[in-house]
Design a protein around this ligand. Structure first.
Ligand code: SF4
Ligand code: SF4
Length: 267
């Protein structure tokens, strides 16, 4: 932790960056995001098992971007999200300094995002084990059982869109679900409209989800919607060999055509 605070302080003092995004102690024993511009305030930074939020969600915000060069505390999920955002031209790689956090909580030295790519390449990627176990159980069900499970869960959704706000990869300024000219998705929360909304969200994140789980954690009704995008992350890997957040030059799995793509899903 001291290493992290010291590094953040040095970066701000030397004006290498103008802002540090990290975690601090919040209320009720929780950790929360903190935005630091004053080198003397880097002592607030923490990193422990409570620091689960994917901080990369802030990188694309206008209020953050205007700081120019930014350092961000980056456990694996944040590193991967940064690589997705660079590959999608949402952030400039020269504006991001990753204060990498290793699996043991230690500070990693990443002089550039190219070094982050090399680090990520060595890590086995996939869904968190606890989520994958639930997915395995769902996948072992019949289609009717699975449909009943999701209908039951999604009927509870009241369309607060906290899941969308939590995801670094859900960054459109105007989301299709809020367009009414034409209205593609029914606005009120009802079973059909909810199903449409979640199918749309899931498809838009296929091959782009880094399995951080923040969408599910953000849901005030504890609907496990992260499982939908995590399932799609596995599908994208099995069908196209793609894992999101591994390269700054990655192409989108669902919008890139290759002549040798498997096509047996097209009837
Ligand atoms: S788990 Fe949810 S919040 Fe995290 S990247 Fe995937 S869709 Fe976005
Ligand atoms: S956070 Fe939960 S209730 Fe809100 S839109 Fe997402 S799934 Fe629905």
């Amino acid at each position: 932790m001291d290493n992290l605070r010291q590094k953040a302080k040095e970066l701000l003092e030397s004006k290498t960056v103008n802002l540090v995004i990290g975690y601090e102690n919040g209320t009720n024993g929780k950790a929360r995001a903190v935005f630091i511009t004053d080198p003397e305030k880097t002592g607030k930074l923490i990193y422990d098992e409570r620091c689960k939020q994917n901080l990369a969600v802030y990188l694309n915000k206008h209020e953050v971007k205007h700081y120019g060069k930014i350092a961000i505390v980056a456990p694996l999920m944040v590193m991967r999200s940064i690589l997705v955002l660079v590959s999608e031209c949402q952030v400039k790689k020269e504006n991001i300094v990753a204060l990498g956090i290793g699996e043991d909580g230690s500070l990693l030295d990443f002089p550039s995002l190219e070094v982050v790519e090399k680090y990520v390449a060595k890590i086995p990627l996939g869904n968190p084990q606890s989520d994958q176990e639930i997915l395995d159980k769902l996948n072992a069900m019949t289609m009717e059982q699975r449909r009943a499970f999701w209908q039951n869960e999604l009927e509870r959704c009241f369309k607060c869109y906290a899941c969308r706000a939590a995801c670094p990869m859900c960054y459109c300024l105007r989301c299709t679900v809020e367009c009414n000219q034409p209205q593609w998705i029914s606005a009120p929360a009802h079973p059909l409209g909810n199903l449409e909304w979640h199918m749309l969200r899931t498809m838009h994140l296929t091959g782009r989800c880094v399995s951080c789980g923040d969408c599910g954690r953000a849901c005030p009704l504890n609907i496990p919607i992260h499982l939908l995008t995590m399932q799609q992350a596995e599908e994208a890997f099995h069908m196209f060999g793609v894992r999101a957040g591994t390269s700054m030059k990655a192409e989108s799995a669902l919008s890139t055509y290759k002549p040798d793509d498997k096509e047996n899903f097209i009837l």
